[in-house]
Design a protein around this ligand. Structure first.
Ligand SMILES: [Fe+2]
Length: 156
């Protein structure tokens, strides 16, 4: 069905092209965090197990929002594990790292990369005059910055 929201097909496609790999990155980060929840051991187990759970729950909502933003722009949301594996730009492995500190460092690096990428994606959305997506992505910067702070606080 045709859309008449003031954005051309070309403008919407440019934004979707930025959102698709972002979705893959959010999913990679979700599973890395879920892995840390599963695999963490040590004296801090109880607290870390719960901490990682709170973070992957937040990431679950974020990935859903990114996918639904793609749908709102008229495109189909990618939905295969193989496709996500190909599309993610993040280095995986934090969820299988050797100890809690390495897990946290790995997850923090992933969040920081997503934040840097989001700043570029906001520009893409703004250039396409898609203020809705630019605003949405700006909110994600803040959410990832908060999660990154909580990870970083464990290392200080
Ligand atoms: Fe669990």
């Amino acid at each position: 069905m045709d859309m008449n929201t003031g954005l051309s097909t070309k403008q919407r496609q440019a934004v979707v092209k930025a959102l698709e790999p972002l979705l893959a990155d959010e999913i990679a980060l979700y599973f890395a965090t879920r892995g840390a929840h599963w695999n963490v051991v040590g004296m801090g187990f109880g607290a870390l197990h719960k901490f990682f759970e709170a973070q992957y729950e937040a990431l679950d909502e974020i990935m859903d929002d990114v996918a639904e933003r793609i749908r709102a722009l008229g495109a189909k949301a990618p939905a295969t594990v193989a496709g996500f594996g190909k599309a993610t730009r993040l280095k995986e492995g934090a969820g299988e790292a050797k100890n809690a500190e390495a897990m946290i460092k790995g997850l923090l690096a992933m969040h920081e990369q997503v934040i840097r990428q989001l700043r570029k994606d906001i520009e893409v959305a703004s250039e396409a005059t898609d203020e809705g997506t630019a605003d949405f992505l700006t909110g994600l910067v803040e959410e990832h910055e908060k999660m990154a702070w909580m990870l970083r606080a464990h290392l200080e």
